[in-house]
Design a protein around this ligand. Structure first.
Ligand code: KIV
Ligand code: NA
Length: 275
């Protein structure tokens, strides 16, 4: 098959075909998502928690994100690849943001970068450098301290109207898609109707043009209670727990490895050794 592009995503929105998106942080996950024909793979900074055990997304660095992004791009020849700009990588100056975004494209094979918040002038600056940008509004985890926790956003009339204005500003600045996270479904539906670019929701209800989940949430490879919007499509933690218990048991009882899982000396060498 051919590579999914921003144009493909736009055409899907226009045809009312839902867009699928999942995060990945490593090569095998990327292989599986790409083979499953998931449209968009996000190397999300949620990997700070999901794969590295951090408390939140604030401490992950550009170099760490690139390490994961390179592994993902090696495994995903078809999906639209998005690198998540980590906290601090686009907050100091627009020059530094362009430089960091370019690294995702040039060093890690990403087709686009994603950044949180209403930064239309930065999005325009990146677009002018031929860098495709996915916006991200609503519950933006890099703003955890300002939000006072991970709370649903846009629940007052003023906040809802501000979010719609921010979404329109990002579209006008040249964003190719917009992630909507942790907002009321009615607001996500309204934003989706007003935008020409596709919206991709997480905790934003069924009215978005697409849905994204974190891979580790999808398959219950997590160690804390899940948010309301997470649906489990498999139980990897149980699969691994059961498999590890079996492995321990079969080693302890010397039923692993079997003769068929062992190498043998050539008969002549075995005979010579037995002399
Ligand atoms: O980092 C991430 O996984 C994300 C998605 C939840 C949109 O930003
Ligand atoms: Na993220």
């Amino acid at each position: 098959g051919t590579r999914i592009t921003a144009q493909t995503l736009l055409e899907k929105k226009r045809a009312h075909e839902p867009i699928t998106a999942v995060t990945a942080a490593d090569y095998p996950t990327a292989r599986l998502l790409d083979e499953a024909e998931i449209d968009l793979i996000l190397v999300g900074d949620s990997l700070a928690m999901a794969t590295l055990g951090h408390e939140n997304t604030l401490s992950i660095t550009m170099d760490e994100m690139l390490h994961h992004a390179r592994a993902v791009s090696r495994g995903a020849p078809h999906s639209f690849l998005v690198g998540d700009m980590p906290y601090g990588s686009y907050h100091v100056s627009e020059e530094e943001a362009v430089r960091n975004a370019l690294r995702f494209i040039r060093e890690a094979g990403m087709a686009a970068v994603k950044l949180e918040g209403a930064h239309p002038s930065l999005v325009a600056r990146l677009a002018a450098a031929e860098i495709q940008v996915v916006g991200h509004l609503g519950l933006t985890p890099q703003a955890v301290h300002r939000m006072g926790g991970y709370k649903v956003q846009g629940r007052t009339l003023d906040a809802a109207e501000a979010l719609l204005e921010d979404a329109l500003a990002l579209e006008h600045a040249g964003a190719v898609a917009l992630v909507l996270e942790g907002i009321p479904r009615e607001l996500a539906e309204r934003i989706t109707r007003h935008l020409e670019i596709p919206t991709i929701g997480i905790g934003a209800g069924p009215g978005c043009d697409g849905q994204i989940l974190v891979f580790h949430d999808l398959f219950h490879l997590t160690f804390a209670p899940s948010a309301k919007f997470v649906r489990r499509f498999g139980d990897a933690a149980s699969l691994f727990r059961d498999g590890l218990a079996d492995f321990k048991h079969e080693v302890a009882t010397r039923t692993f490895p079997a003769d068929s899982e062992s190498y043998h000396l050539p008969v002549a060498v075995a005979q010579a050794m037995a002399q």
